[in-house]
Design a protein. Structure first.
Length: 226
């Protein structure tokens, strides 16, 4: 699939393409209805979730598909509930769709357990390699592919830019939420980059926004400079 840092708008074209491997010609020639399953990490009444799926449908229509005509979409709403998501994943797989759209890490993890045969295309996923969904960004392997939220190499570039702006910097604090899904991948890249730019990094761990000011104030204490 090449580089994964795909703009969100381009995702609909990506899934539209995936759903036609090689379904388009067969479906149009035979009049067969293509079936797409969608497992998303929202409640069914969530406005953001509805807006995203509406954009997805519009993208398919722009590619020549007719919703309810040449393509049928079966939606399942996980709502962030792990048990419900696993159950819905099993239901979708049992319905034998041609391809499944998975929104978020939890949905992909559930579908990965449920099938190794049905093609899965994901969006809104953090660190697909570290999460074990794909073998690599260049060659996903297996039946799963998609777009990811973060390009971790950018995290290393932050240190490079800091060094360019302030060449005398030798120590840098990294304010991070160690519980966040993307935090581990970003931290790993920053750690790997630090020696090459001559900067020692200090992790400043926090768990919510309320801690940010307190952590920064503590970091500014002159005694921390030793």
């Amino acid at each position: 699939m090449g580089h994964w840092a795909v703009k969100r708008r381009e995702f609909t074209a990506l899934l539209g393409g995936a759903a036609t491997w090689p379904l388009t010609a067969r479906a149009q020639q035979s009049g067969r209805v293509a079936r797409v399953g969608a497992l998303v990490n929202f409640e069914s009444e969530d406005a953001q979730g509805r807006a995203r799926l509406s954009a997805f449908e519009q993208g398919l229509q722009q590619l020549g598909w007719t919703i309810g005509g040449s393509v049928r979409i079966d939606y399942r709403w996980g709502g962030g509930d792990a048990d419900r998501t696993r159950q819905l994943a099993a239901e979708l797989v049992a319905s034998a769709p041609d391809v499944i759209l998975a929104g978020g890490n939890q949905s992909v993890a559930a579908l990965q357990q449920a099938t190794h045969a049905v093609p899965i295309v994901f969006a809104g996923v953090v660190d697909p390699v570290g999460s074990g969904f794909v073998e690599s960004l260049v060659r996903p392997g297996a039946n799963i592919t998609g777009v990811t939220l973060f390009e971790y190499s950018i995290s290393g570039r932050w240190l490079e830019l800091l060094k360019e702006i302030a060449p005398g910097v030798t120590r840098a604090a990294i304010v991070r939420d160690e519980s966040s899904a993307e935090g581990g991948g970003q931290w790993g890249v920053i750690q790997a980059m630090a020696p090459s730019v001559g900067v020692d990094i200090i992790p400043v761990n926090m768990h919510d926004a309320a801690e940010i000011e307190r952590r920064i104030v503590a970091l500014a204490d002159p005694r921390m400079a030793g």
